[in-house]
Ligand binder design. Structure first.
Ligand SMILES: Cc1cc2nc3c(=O)[nH]c(=O)nc-3n(C[C@H](O)[C@H](O)[C@H](O)COP(=O)(O)OP(=O)(O)OC[C@H]3O[C@@H](n4cnc5c(N)ncnc54)[C@H](O)[C@@H]3O)c2cc1C
Length: 431
């Protein structure tokens, strides 16, 4: 790996997401060698992936090169590699580019889609966790419309133009809203010879309300917004099966060539950590983010499960706990190097929000609940500020203003056509 030997303690961080990035940045000027490993050479701003999938933003405005973030940080090393195993007894990481010894290891590997054991749905549905997956979805949506133009079979055309999203959380509702806007403002201009009344957007949600993690006010307003935009919402409904065309649910069967999976996530813990402390793919930690039973291994963000009496399910798998845990752990490393007392993690809930479409958003803030235009403005401001890099902020803002004024989405490009893997190819990958 060509990481120089050092007398300083070596802190290795796996994952350059919200948690890993904030930890590594906050370790600047610490008496330690910091090594960050990620399988991608960029940080992904996942909350805006749905805009990449629906042609609203270019992928490079929500991704940022990790090396650029750390270009001035001393004693810092970044390597693009996938961690395959952790030898916890020997303090060694096994990666795709070789092994690396650590003094302290921080696991910040985030989460992955949870298909609740349904392999067929895993193979045939479209996830949206990473930039390439969002680009696949963008290509598929546009390819579907090109194919719909060519068929004279009405059922086939409807199936190509129907979109079924499983999961009515923020990702599902935001994606449904963005598709509804494509249908209303953009696709009629691109496909004047298609009858877009045949396009239907569905959300299937197992819970009795959308945005179940937000307030009842936010849920009911979001449902109203979705209905206003023509989205069909199926509450208390479970997906049972899918064959690439027919979606069987506990309520109604639907036909769609595109099943989008936004129904759940599980922790993405690397191999090597004792299964005794893993629950739902998340690593159980104490209040200092130290993995239970280990002396020098920590977990932060989505992959960390910090259970307590007040919080029996741990913190929500959203950006803020990851950011705040990264910063707190960095401070604790500094304190421990100075033999000072460590501070337990205390979560500051800054609220949550979701946007459904133009002028329509819901926001549960610490002191106030907002819905509609003001919430939408706040959503845009918060997301713009949270994007990494000035260039990305400017490009995203430009795209949003352009889209708002011109009722347009500028990136309707099939750069890399999406081809669903054959059953044999998938089985090879899954085996
Ligand atoms: C579509 C979508 C929309 C979302 N919207 C919101 C939102 O609106 N608001 C909100 O607060 N949260 C949202 N979230 C959740 C939020 O993005 C996560 O909670 C947050 O990213 C968690 O940060 P993290 O650092 O734990 O993990 P991540 O940000 O996921 O980072 C994990 C990193 O680890 C790397 N990695 C994983 N495994 C390995 C390995 N074996 N080897 C090397 N590298 C590895 C990955 O490449 C990645 O860079 C959304 C998530 C998704 C998928």
């Amino acid at each position: 790996m060509n990481i120089p030997e050092t007398n300083l303690p070596r802190i290795v961080i796996i994952g350059g997401g919200f948690g890993g990035l904030n930890l590594a940045k906050s370790l600047k000027n610490t008496e330690a060698q910091v090594v960050l490993i990620d399988k991608h050479n960029y940080h992904t701003f996942q909350p805006l992936l749905y805009q990449v999938a629906t042609a609203g933003l270019e992928p490079d405005s929500i991704a940022y090169p990790i090396r650029k973030i750390f270009k001035k940080q001393k004693n810092f090393f970044f390597r693009v590699a996938e961690v395959q195993n952790i030898q916890t007894n020997n303090n060694i990481l096994e990666t795709t580019i070789g092994n690396l010894e650590y003094d302290h290891l921080v696991i910040a590997t985030g989460s992955k889609s949870n298909y609740f054991g349904n392999d067929v749905i895993e193979r045939l549905s479209m996830p949206m966790k990473f930039v390439p997956q969002a680009l696949n979805l963008r290509s598929l949506i546009l390819q579907n419309f090109e194919a719909a133009l060519l068929t004279n079979d009405l059922e086939e055309r409807k199936s190509l133009m129907n979109y079924v999203i499983v999961g009515g959380g923020p990702t599902g509702t935001e994606l449904a809203g963005a598709l509804a806007e494509l249908k209303r403002h953009v696709l009629p201009k691109d496909y004047p010879d298609l009858d877009l009344r045949q396009m239907n957007i569905h959300i299937i949600e197992a819970a009795p309300r959308v945005l179940a993690a937000m307030s009842p006010e936010a849920s009911s307003k979001a449902l109203k917004f979705l209905k206003k935009m023509g989205v069909n919402v199926w509450l208390d409904t479970m997906v049972k099966d899918y064959d690439g065309d027919l979606i069987k649910t506990s309520n109604k069967d639907l036909n769609s060539k595109t099943l989008i999976w936004a129904a759940g996530v599980q922790g993405s813990s690397p191999i090597g950590i004792s299964s005794d402390i893993i629950k739902g793919g998340r690593i159980k930690t104490d209040e200092y983010n130290k993995a239970i039973g280990y002396n020098n291994i920590y977990a932060i963000g989505d992959v960390a499960l910090m259970e307590s009496e007040e919080n029996p399910k741990g913190y929500p798998m959203v950006a803020q706990p990851a950011i705040q845990q990264g910063k707190n752990l960095a401070k604790n490393f500094k304190r421990s190097f100075k033999n000072q007392k460590l501070k337990p993690f205390v979560y500051k809930d800054l609220g949550s929000m979701a946007t459904i479409g133009r002028n329509l958003a819901v926001a549960d803030l610490p002191k106030i609940k907002l819905q509609g235009f003001i919430a939408w403005l706040i959503w845009m401001f918060v997301h713009l500020m949270a994007l990494v890099g000035f260039r990305n902020k400017v490009i995203a803002l430009f795209n949003w203003v352009w889209g708002y004024l011109r009722y347009d989405k500028g990136v309707r490009l099939i750069i890399r056509p999406y081809k669903r893997a054959t059953k044999e190819q998938e089985e090879e990958v899954l085996s």
